[in-house]
Design a protein around this ligand. Structure first.
Ligand SMILES: [Zn+2]
Length: 82
C-alpha cells in the first residue's frame, strides 16, 4: 500500500470536464472562462458546428439500429424458477 498524501480532492472540485460537442475531445477546465470557445475545444469546432446548424445538418435523428434491438432482446436468463 502506498500512502497517498496527495490530495486531489480540491483540485477535482474545481475541475470540470466536458467533451467538445463537435469533435468529442475531452476538455478540462476550472472555469468557463478557461474555454474561450466553450463548450467547444476550439474556434474551428465552434464554427464547424455553427455551420452545421445553419446547414440543418445537425438534426440527427438517431434511428434505432438492429444492434440496439438485439441488445434489448438479449436472452441471458438461466434461472430455474418454477
Ligand atoms: Zn472540438
Amino acid at each position: 500500500m502506498t500512502s497517498t498524501e496527495y490530495s486531489t480532492r480540491d483540485f477535482d472540485k474545481v475541475m470540470a470536464k466536458i467533451n467538445c460537442p463537435y469533435c468529442k475531445k475531452e476538455l478540462a477546465y476550472k472555469a468557463i472562462k478557461d474555454l474561450p470557445y466553450f463548450p467547444f475545444c476550439s474556434n474551428r469546432c465552434k464554427l464547424l458546428d455553427l455551420g452545421a446548424w445553419i446547414d440543418e445538418k445537425y438534426r440527427i435523428e438517431e434511428p434505432i439500429s438492429p444492434e440496439m434491438l438485439s441488445e434489448m432482446g438479449k436472452e441471458g436468463e438461466e434461472e430455474e424458477n418454477g
